[in-house]
Design a protein around this ligand. Structure first.
Ligand SMILES: *C/C=C(C)/C=C/C=C(C)/C=C/C1=C(C)CCCC1(C)C
Length: 236
């Protein structure tokens, strides 16, 4: 089995938890991409673009996981790949909100606002993790503020109003995505606090590695988002 996996594109099978979750993550993201790409016409094809974006999100992650697994096994740094992945996939998740609300009249400006603030969130997170680690807590705080603003826009702001106008399956899908952002995305700041020093170091009692936390978050959120869209597509 191990030999087979070694030959079959994956290189050495990792034996520590961090590398192992990169390995499983690669597989999960690849499998999810195949599923979403083959489901473009689910429910008659009305949500084709949304399904396509779902597949792109997991596909981009699969490619980055492949590289991160490699870096992780050889003791290298994964942070750069991690943030390149996020800077591509998180805006695509914002596009998902826009696409399902477009039928209720969502404007492109809503999409750009979501993209802008989630990018702010990621840029400051990167500064804290890779550039100015001494002040990681401060960059994390600014990043967190941008995160809350994104959550506000979709939970209570203009995105919410549009979802309510659309009603039915669109409202249900919007609400499900909102929960992913509020609960699923909150996994990431936990990983960040584990991986960087600050007043929150008490969190280090958790026997978890930052990358394991991020990997679990990615699996839940990226695959979860796609499944919400799939569910919308096949709903009556
Ligand atoms: C597929 C990748 C996703 C959904 C990534 C989401 C990432 C976040 C919500 C990151 C948030 C962060 C904070 C709220 C504060 C600390 C720094 C970050 C970037 C880890």
């Amino acid at each position: 089995m191990e030999n087979f996996l070694n030959i079959f594109l994956l290189g050495d099978v990792p034996n520590d938890l961090v590398s192992f979750t990169f390995f499983i993550g690669t597989m999960a993201m690849m499998a999810a991409s195949v599923f979403f790409f083959l489901s473009l016409d689910a429910g008659g094809g009305k949500w084709r673009t949304s399904m396509l974006v779902s597949g792109l999100i997991t596909f981009i992650a699969a490619v980055h996981y492949y590289y991160m697994r490699d870096a992780s096994v050889s003791g290298g740094d994964v942070t750069f790949f991690r943030y390149v992945d996020w800077i591509l996939t998180v805006p695509l998740m914002c596009v998902e909100f826009y696409l399902i609300l477009a039928k209720a009249g969502a404007k492109k400006s809503l999409m750009w606002k979501l993209i802008f603030w989630s990018t702010v969130m990621l840029v400051f997170g990167y500064v804290g993790e890779a550039i100015d680690r001494d002040n990681a807590w401060l960059w994390g705080l600014v990043s967190g503020a941008a995160y809350f603003y994104v959550a506000y826009m979709i939970w209570l702001g203009e995105a919410k109003a549009l979802a309510e106008k659309a009603g039915g399956a669109v409202l249900e899908a919007h609400n499900a995505l909102c929960w992913f952002v509020l609960v699923g995305w909150s996994i990431y700041p936990i990983g960040y606090m584990i991986g960087t020093d600050g007043w929150y170091d008490f969190i280090d009692v958790l026997p978890l590695d930052m990358d394991v936390v991020y990997n679990v978050g990615d699996a839940i959120n990226k695959i979860g988002f796609g499944l919400v869209i799939y569910n919308l597509a096949v709903s009556k």
